[in-house]
Design a protein around this ligand. Structure first.
Ligand SMILES: [Zn+2]
Length: 181
């Protein structure tokens, strides 16, 4: 069991040996606060981002491992800490959904589908996302598609091409389909 003393650098290592990289994530979070500051966002808004995970309260389990017990999160969509926590929460939820789907429809099959469009400028991004979403809804309503679909999970992602200063919106879909598709 590792004991910590004042001035020691804290390392949060998961059960499978992965460093949870609080320091790197907190640095990214502070950089985000700086960006919002340079865009003249209100002080209270900046303060909220900076407060994210400023204090971490861990509890020691009986096996000696540390478990995160309490922390404040800013809930900002761009925050590196919050999006990491959100994705962990989704992973748990998704595995529960998949498990339940397999119980209810044991013959169902899973397929991954990625739908993309050409890169767009920052100004065009909002409109492109609406178009992409509309197109997806249309696709799911096609008879050939809809009659074979038992369910789906959808996540929209936008990546950035820094050298071209463009954005790449795309949709990831986990399809649950009937075996006769
Ligand atoms: Zn946050």
């Amino acid at each position: 069991m590792k004991e910590y003393f004042q001035g020691d650098e804290f390392k949060d290592i998961s059960k499978n040996g992965k460093d949870r990289k609080w320091k790197e994530r907190k640095i990214n979070n502070l950089n985000l606060a700086k960006i919002f500051d340079s865009l003249d966002y209100p002080d209270s808004f900046i303060f909220n981002i900076k407060s994210c995970a400023e204090y971490l309260n861990f509890k020691r389990s009986s096996d000696g491992s540390l478990r995160l017990f309490q922390m404040y999160t800013c809930k900002n969509k761009q925050c590196a800490i919050c999006s990491w926590r959100r994705s962990m929460k989704y992973q748990v939820q998704i595995s529960k959904i998949v498990e339940e789907a397999m119980i209810r429809k044991p013959k169902g099959r899973f397929l991954f589908l990625t739908l993309t469009v050409e890169n767009v400028s920052g100004e065009g991004l909002n409109n492109e996302l609406s178009l992409l979403s509309e197109a997806f809804n249309r696709l799911m309503k096609y008879k050939k598609v809809s009659k074979n679909i038992l369910g789906f999970l959808r996540a929209t992602e936008v990546t950035r091409n820094e050298s071209m200063d463009t954005y790449h919106p795309h949709i990831h879909v986990l399809l649950f389909i009937s075996p006769t598709y």
